[in-house]
Design a protein. Sequence first.
Length: 308
Amino acid sequence: MINKKLPKGFIPVMLTPFNADKTIDFEGLAHLTDMYIQAGATGLFANCLSSEMYELTNKERLQLVETVVNTTNGRVPIVATGTLGGTIAEMADFSNQLYTKGIDAVIVINSVLVTNNESDAIFLARMHKFMKLTNNIPLGIYECPVPYKRLITKQILENLLPTGRLIYHKDTSLEIEKVKERIAIGRTYNFGLYDAYMVNAVASLQAGAMGLSCIQGNYFPELVVWLYNNFNNDTVLNKVIKVQQFFNENMDIMHACYPISAKYILQKRGINISLTTRRKVGVLTQEMKQDLDVLLTKYEALSIDILT
């Protein structure tokens, strides 16, 4: 039985900084890792969709994770994706290599294990085969929208949780009732649900979610940390409502042309990161930049009230 449990709080989905020639900027990655931790992150999710994991080679994925592990130096736990295509045996082999780099859990993209017309029974059969080939490594599931979005069911959780292997779930259901159901099923296990959908942030946390793993943390990590730390603090209820409303009202702009848009905001905030990406997400137009400038102004005004 796995005794490891991830901490409550904010586990950001990490960006990958690139040089102008699209090679990984490892020095920038180290600085970015420090930025997340200094902002109050209680863990890190490396080699995820925000990291442009599908555009990296296996060698680069391992180098990326190794850099994050070395920079973190034990300050916070790290999870990283291990299933990015190939046979179950090949994904298990890569996951085993990944775990030797010093991470705390390997994340499984559930929609990589099965096609969209294959059953949950097939998913479970492949998941158990993967688990057998990865020995006793702690695992998590990420309902990643790429290659396609597939939600896990109550029955899947009830099947997998008794193994003791499943300690992390990045929830993208967007439905608070599903979140509550999953939290209830996992309550007696070393299992943590981290919501990716900031519209439901306060509701999820109040329902017992372990924390948040959202792209908004790549714009304003301090604000996500503040919301987690204060979601149940009645003395600042009005501020909690303001922060939740800020995220709700600005969802669209933060999803547009992401992750380039997040890198643009970080640049404006003084982080040395280029706008270069490998993932094809469109062009950051002048109009989008103006919208992001307005977003940053709104954040700065809010932070005077909230963070000072």
